[in-house]
Design a protein around this ligand. Structure first.
Ligand code: HEC
Length: 471
């Protein structure tokens, strides 16, 4: 119960997956870590705790200056939740506040309202109200988030009548951009760099300062975009979880420039021959030890950095996935220690950073729309969470909010390369195939690999929905 226990008082990042395999001692590790981070950077602990949560007074004019324009109304219905305590939550989040246990939108007034708005949209051809390709692209991605949530529901949650899904599919189809328009969508990562809004280099002396590397996409620079020798998507857990509505690029940098990184990657490809017991995770009561690539190659040096970039995938008018250069989030980790002796390191030894796309900032041309997540900023867990809906579970849903940048160690706490999950796959698998052999790739190759995967999964499945036109 490590995660749940460590989150008492601050909310929950309840990831049952992880509670199974980690010894209890890590609970104290996590607590200590928070104090160390707060103190080492001169920020009192209570200040960290009291910073704002994912609560906002939603912007009513995201898509048009009239708050009652139907795009705004639909967006609010899907992306703003009302808690029983009267507060509003969300409004500029990447993913809708819809979990697999959510009942909102599936029946009752919210369902009726959704059908009513979507019918109005379709009948009045409201897709023509906004012509700006960027807004159309982002609105389409927003609807794909809701569409894929509905499509993934199973068991009791599976809607008996798919009217909602069909209508959303039709709106998505009508919003599809032409190839020419897609080609002209901005590269907002680059815009963020050009805006000089963020430091572009990591500063160890100011390790709470978020940095956005200027040379991340430079194919001759120190960062290497990773691919997998057998053509498997490197960030498979993310790709699968988000059901192909985004692609994920992994970048890796070892101190000493590109040659050092390439040299290290070669060791990773040559040394592990298979999977062996993970000595770092001793058998906790009754569970088998985890597996790790075996035999182990040498550890990477302190100063190593990694980045995970999430980019929007749109749908064309037939439901086929289309890649873009719109970056939705950037997560970064920098290793400043590698402590096997602590039996796991987490934020004792790494600095965590995250940038996320804000529609408001994107549409107003600020820093490519990217915003740095604050060190104490709270959020509701989404990726691999238990799927509990905080708004339906609690009068005051904040109990379910946790500090976003502290949640990173829940999955990346292991020492050094054990926490390099694209390589170690520790606790995430698959272990029925050989360990990944990571090699040098490019963002466009990795995107193409993932788009192929999405096509194969037909995860959009819009083609069938659209075939049965609603109107
Ligand atoms: C619920 C588990 C989980 C949490 C929480 C999590 N990650 Fe990850 N992360 C993963 C997995 C799994 C991968 C491997 C890629 C894949 O398969 O999708 C990964 C990959 C990465 C990578 C690429 C390098 C690597 O280790 O493979 C970076 C960088 C990263 N995460 C940063 C972060 C940051 C920063 C946070 C916190 C804001 C965070 N992660 C939170 C599970 C998690």
């Amino acid at each position: 119960m490590r995660i749940a226990a460590s989150c008492v008082g601050t909310g929950v990042f309840v990831l049952s997956l992880f509670s199974l395999v980690r010894p209890q001692i890590r609970v104290q590790d996590a607590g200590e870590t928070q104090v160390v981070r707060g103190q080492s950077h001169g920020q009192p602990q209570d200040q960290l705790q009291s910073q704002p949560q994912g609560v906002s007074h939603p912007n009513l004019e995201i898509y048009a200056s009239d708050p009652d324009q139907i795009w705004n109304r639909l967006f609010r219905l899907f992306y703003v939740r009302h808690a029983r305590n009267g507060e509003h939550y969300g409004g500029d989040e990447l993913d809708p506040y819809l979990w697999w246990q959510t009942k909102y939108l599936l029946s009752g007034p919210s369902h009726d309202e959704a059908l009513k708005l979507l019918d109005e949209f379709l009948q009045q051809h409201s897709e023509n109200l906004v012509r700006d390709p960027l807004r159309r692209a982002v609105f389409q991605r927003d609807l794909l988030g809701v569409y894929e949530w509905l499509a993934a529901l199973s068991g009791e949650q599976k809607p008996v009548h798919p009217e909602l899904q069909k209508r959303i599919a039709e709106v998505i189809r009508r919003l599809a951009l032409t190839a020419n328009e897609i080609g002209k969508l901005p590269d907002n990562y680059n815009d963020a760099i050009l805006s000089h809004a963020f430091p572009v280099a990591y500063d160890a002396a100011n390790a709470n300062e978020p940095f956005l590397p200027a040379d991340l996409f430079d194919s001759t620079g120190p960062w290497v975009c990773l691919g997998e020798e057998h053509g498997r998507p490197v960030a498979s857990t993310h790709l699968h979880f988000f059901r192909g509505r985004s692609v994920f690029l992994v970048f890796f940098e070892v101190p000493g420039g590109r040659p050092k990184t390439l040299e290290y990657l070669e060791q990773l490809r040559n040394i592990p021959k298979g999977w062996g017991p993970n000595e770092e995770t001793p058998h906790p009561g009754g569970f088998p030890a985890g597996l790790f690539p075996y035999p182990e190659p040498p550890q990477f040096p302190i100063g190593t950095r990694m980045a995970l970039v999430r980019q929007v995938v749109l749908s064309d008018a037939s439901g086929h996935p289309i890649a873009t250069h719109l970056t939705e989030s950037v997560q970064l980790r920098v290793y400043r220690a590698i402590h096997f002796d602590l039996g796991g390191t987490g934020s004792h030894s790494q600095d965590f950073f995250e940038f996320t796309l804000s529609r408001e900032r994107l549409f107003s041309g600020q820093a490519g729309g990217l915003r740095a997540i604050g060190q104490g900023e709270k959020e509701f867990a989404f990726f691999l969470s238990h799927g509990i809906d905080p708004f339906e579970e609690e009068e005051a849903p904040e109990r379910f909010a946790g500090i976003g940048l502290r949640s990173c160690s829940a999955c990346h706490e292991a020492a050094g390369m054990h926490s390099f999950l694209s390589y170690s796959r520790e606790r995430f698998g698959p272990v029925d195939v050989p360990p990944p052999k990571l090699n040098v790739s490019t963002p466009s190759l990795e995107t193409a690999t993932q788009i192929q995967w999405i096509e194969r999964q037909r995860s959009f499945r819009l083609t069938e929905e659209v075939a049965e036109r609603v109107r």
